[in-house]
Write a protein that binds this ligand. Structure first.
Ligand code: NAD
Length: 456
């Protein structure tokens, strides 16, 4: 038995004891997590700076703050989420009652990527903890500093029979995926998502896949393009575009292009100064591989502004690509970097078709002042979630499901949905012992009419 199997076996035994399901125990875990994260806040923020060049403000806003808020919300509501739910009972079952038991799904595996290494590891963990599951956690090897802090936080403060974090590369993921889990929660690329899903299928293990892809922006004929430019600066260039829901490319109505381009250039200067790659508020590309990939994409594209790179510091300036076209290399893959292709369109229908010819996006952002335009896009395009006249911010709400559809993923989480993700709804019909009505027993002669009436 290897270490992975050994710890999973311990977690299985512990789960079967029923202790993890106790509401007091779940609250205690969540409170402990809140306290330990606050105690380690400086270390987490410094690790995020080391891995991705994130300023402490950005690290808090986009990672730590989101997780702390998820934990507080879970502590507040976990008792009511966990309660059995009474539901109606059909007349046919008289005399009985029906209810749903909220049952912890069991032993779960959480695998996370490097781009928001803290948030994307702990946000699902909060759901697993609230639901009373055990978890083995495997973050990405690329964000090594953050993984090291997370390992200390989990492994030094929690019982390994309940929560344990393994560092390491692909070999560790592969070994973990070979084991039998009750649930797998994976965040990463569609390509690795396919591997996870096929491994899960071997044991019929349910999964959540939080994947990526190209998330479009539409700036319509009836929009405020100045506002769009201002809001896309944050959405696109935060974490240098290494965000799963970053606006990937912009479809702009041709009447709005000129102003949009000049405003976005102005906005970039205002946010990051004349030389953005020296700005303290501008991070870095995760590693050499992605730096080279993005530099290659710039070379094959029509650079309108930006394009400056610093190989040593792994920095790439905000870069606008215009006029981009659908055959550019940058339009063939998820960009995951600070490059913004801008493509013009004439009719909204053409923009809609352009998106629908590609895999279903994780997010879509429409900038428009017309209800009809917004409703048309929402009706005709299937995507994970998004914003109207904004970008990214839908991820911050506890009340909105966060997840993809089709190529961008399956399942969703945040707030109560994170609890639901790791919960099985066990439906129970409790029949009273008396009176014992034998209507459903043969002989059926003359009973069918009554049964039909009762099932109506
Ligand atoms: P990735 O798929 O390469 O890696 C994710 C995880 O899978 C890591 O832990 C990695 O170690 C592991 N992994 C890599 N190759 C593997 C293999 N062959 N077998 C088993 N495990 C393997 O993704 P990434 O580069 O870390 O992150 C970028 C991708 O993640 C982008 O596509 C992005 O859109 C997506 N993403 C999605 C979300 C979301 O919430 N939907 C959030 C962040 C990132």
């Amino acid at each position: 038995m290897n270490t992975y199997e050994e710890i999973l076996q311990e977690q299985r035994t512990y789960f079967l004891s029923g202790e993890t399901k106790d509401i007091g125990h779940k609250k205690e875990n969540l409170r402990k997590l809140l306290r330990v994260l606050k105690e380690n806040e400086e270390d987490i923020l410094s690790a995020l700076t080391e891995d991705l060049g994130k300023s402490h403000t950005e690290g808090y806003t986009t990672e730590v703050g989101i997780v702390l808020s998820e934990i507080r919300n879970a502590i507040k509501h976990v008792s009511s989420w966990s309660r059995n739910k009474r539901v109606r009972t059909a007349l046919l079952h008289f005399p009985s009652k029906s209810y749903i038991i909220k049952e912890s799904i069991g032993n779960v595996l959480i695998m996370s990527p490097w781009n928001y290494p803290f948030q994307l590891t702990f946000a699902p963990l909060v759901g697993a903890m609230a639901a009373g599951c055990t978890a083995i956690i495997k973050p990405s090897r690329y964000s090594a500093a953050t993984s090291a802090v997370m390992k200390r936080i989990i492994n030094d403060n929690f019982d390994r029979r309940e929560f344990f974090l393994f560092e390491g590369g692909r070999d560790v993921n592969t070994a973990l995926l070979d084991l039998k889990w009750d649930y797998i929660f994976f965040t990463g690329s569609p390509n690795v998502g396919k591997i996870v899903l096929s491994k899960a299928a071997e044991n019929l293990t349910p999964v959540t896949l939080e994947l990526g892809g190209k998330s479009p922006v539409i700036i319509t004929e009836h929009s405020d393009e100045v506002l769009a430019a201002s809001r896309l600066i944050f959405g696109k260039f935060m974490n240098l575009g290494q965000t799963c829901i970053a606006p990937d490319y912009v479809l702009v109505h041709k009447s709005k292009t000129k102003r949009f381009l000049s405003e976005i250039e102005k906005g970039i200067k205002k946010a990051f100064g004349e030389d953005p790659i020296t700005s303290k508020d501008y991070g870095k590309i995760i590693n050499r591989h992605h730096f080279d990939r993005l530099s290659g994409l710039i070379k094959g594209s029509p650079v309108y502004s930006g394009g400056k790179t610093d190989e040593e510091k792994l920095k790439i300036a905000p870069t606008i690509l215009f006029p981009a076209s659908k055959n550019d290399p940058v339009m063939q893959e998820e960009i995951f970097g600070p490059l913004m292709p801008v493509l013009e369109y004439e009719n909204l229908d053409d923009a809609i078709s352009f998106i629908n010819e590609r895999p279903r996006p994780l997010a879509l952002y429409i900038f428009s002042n017309r209800k009809e335009e917004i409703e048309k896009v929402h009706k005709l395009v299937t995507f994970g979630g998004g914003c109207v006249n904004d970008a990214i911010m839908h991820i911050v709400s506890h009340h909105l499901p966060f997840g993809g559809v089709g190529n961008s993923g399956m399942g969703s989480y945040h707030g109560k949905r994170s609890f639901d993700t790791f919960t099985h709804e066990k439906g129970i019909l409790k029949h009273y012992r008396w009176p014992d009505i034998t209507l459903r027993n043969p002989p059926y002669k003359k009973k069918e009419g009554i049964i039909r009436l009762m099932l109506h």
